[in-house]
Design a protein around this ligand. Sequence first.
Ligand SMILES: Nc1nc2c(ncn2[C@@H]2O[C@H](COP(=O)(O)OP(=O)(O)OP(=O)(O)O)[C@@H](O)[C@H]2O)c(=O)[nH]1
Ligand SMILES: [Mg+2]
Length: 360
Amino acid sequence: MQYYTVVGDSYEDAVRKARELYGDGIRIHARRDYTTGGGFFSRKKEKCEIVCYLARSSGRKGEKERDISEFAKEAKTPDPSTLSPEERLDTEIYREKTVNSEAASMLDVNHITDPLRAKLLEDFPEGGDVSMIMSERLIKTVGIDYDRQVHPRHFVVFIGPTGSGKTTTLAKVAYLFSRSEKSVGIITLDSYRTGAFEQVSAFGNALSIPVLAAGAEDELIKAAERFSWKDMVFIDTMGLSPKDKELNLKLRGMLSVLDPDRTDYILTVSASMKEEDIMDQFSSYSQFSPSSLAVTKLDETETIGNVLSFSYKVSVPMLYFTDGQKVPDDIEKASGAVLLEHMKGFGLNMKKFRAQVSLD
Ligand SMILES: Nc1nc2c(ncn2[C@@H]2O[C@H](COP(=O)(O)OP(=O)(O)OP(=O)(O)O)[C@@H](O)[C@H]2O)c(=O)[nH]1
Ligand SMILES: [Mg+2]
């Protein structure tokens, strides 16, 4: 049976569109309500996606079916150049025509949203091992920053919301590099939170990594000079909220003394947050143009579909995953295999995937 996917602004709108396209013989197979936008880039919009099929005519045999197919052939597809980006996305889903419901539900239980969802379901083949095909598509589609795992820049600045895991993750990453024969140092710019310096210097002591504090631009210049012979300098920052305009400006001012060609900004994102909340917080950090994500607190959630959807939407690839409070142990470099292990319903299929990779 042929299934058709149609998206509308409401259930009634989606059904109306489906009837316009395929005639009154449609039957609704599944319905999905979701919200698009609502973050830094666009306003929130309610959407409803229906999956429908054409019922066999019970009336005069042949006639009704011919009517419907003629209708479908005549259905007009709008000119994409006249549409807004959001309408274009809808039209793309609209043209998808068939949907593999097993593949779609794999994504839905993992809270994967558009545009990543639409991309992963595009021309999804009929038949075959759905979870294998979906695993491969997911790994190929989401961004993983393998290059920076191997070739980091001299300054690595950790930015992100309060409590997202900046300091803990910075200490874990600094240790990863110090263990691989790199000479590393830490500079903290967080002179605001009580105990911030004590926290980072305790990590420094435990891991034998020197720590300096800088509260203003000239202090950061001096600290960077003292560490100029180091291979890598990790810079810890204070958490910002969109309301902290002054703190935001101060942080930007301080970081402007670093050579941009030698500096990477890593945004820490907690996997235990909803995608829309991550998106809202992103507005405070987009000005730093983060090159990659450190995804934290994987141990606190069943799936990281929210982070994958966010990463795809803002085109910022993933660099590290952390899954616990233990410093320096609870960290892994982002990879396709680790990513699949943190998706619901993909676990079983990892065994097959690994077996296949080792056979190839
Ligand atoms: N469960 C879990 N907890 C984590 C993880 N990473 C960090 N944490 C905890 O989250 C809390 C906040 O971590 P910090 O590293 O202090 O976060 P921060 O972003 O530096 O916070 P501020 O400096 O206050 O902005 C601490 O209790 C950490 O132990 C993780 O991967 N899993
Ligand atoms: Mg901190």
